[in-house]
Write a protein that binds this ligand. Structure first.
Ligand SMILES: [Fe+2]
Ligand SMILES: [Fe+2]
Length: 168
């Protein structure tokens, strides 16, 4: 996370307040906006026969990311915060593989965060929120698989925990 609005590093990251959770969900929402923008653009600019399949998959991703943004936004509102209006920065490239790599890195980061969020929601007794995030997580993992497959790579292991988290 670029901004350390919530200092969860100092304590067990599952021990948070509802206010912390709302702030973290707003970070998730900013990542969903980033994903919507990336997939809207990349699905249209990826050219060439080699990328026909992934381009149409990216269009589907764009629509799913919008559904995620709506779900997360409702959760932020439910927790008494105003949903953010600002996406995380979107990286672009002229190079098709580089574009797909940016998407894959973003999905990895998103998956790490949602795995934390499920545990945090449950620690707060917010089981319905946890369930909604689990459903989003299933689709994010599909996105990750689509991108890794298009790149001809193994699906990355993002289970290594917060210590290995990339600082961006
Ligand atoms: Fe998403
Ligand atoms: Fe995604």
């Amino acid at each position: 996370m670029a901004k350390q609005a919530v200092s969860t590093d100092m304590r067990d990251k599952n021990e948070i307040t509802r206010e912390d959770l709302a702030k973290l969900l707003n970070e998730d929402l900013a990542r969903e906006y980033q994903a919507i923008i990336s997939y809207v653009i990349y699905s249209q600019v990826l050219k060439g026969a080699a990328y026909t399949d992934i381009a149409s998959q990216l269009e589907l991703h764009a629509k799913q990311e919008l559904d995620h943004a709506l779900t997360i936004s409702r959760q932020v509102d439910y927790l008494g915060e105003m949903p953010t209006v600002t996406p995380k920065p979107v990286r672009t490239s002229e190079d098709a593989r580089q574009m797909l790599r940016f998407d894959l890195e973003n999905e990895n980061e998103t998956i790490r965060n949602y795995r934390d969020r499920v545990r945090q929601c449950e620690a707060l007794g917010e089981f319905a929120l946890a369930e909604q995030i689990r459903q989003i997580l299933v689709q994010e993992q599909d996105h990750q698989i689509d991108l890794a497959t298009a790149l001809g790579e193994d699906v990355p292991d993002v289970n290594a925990g917060p210590k290995s988290r990339s600082k961006r």
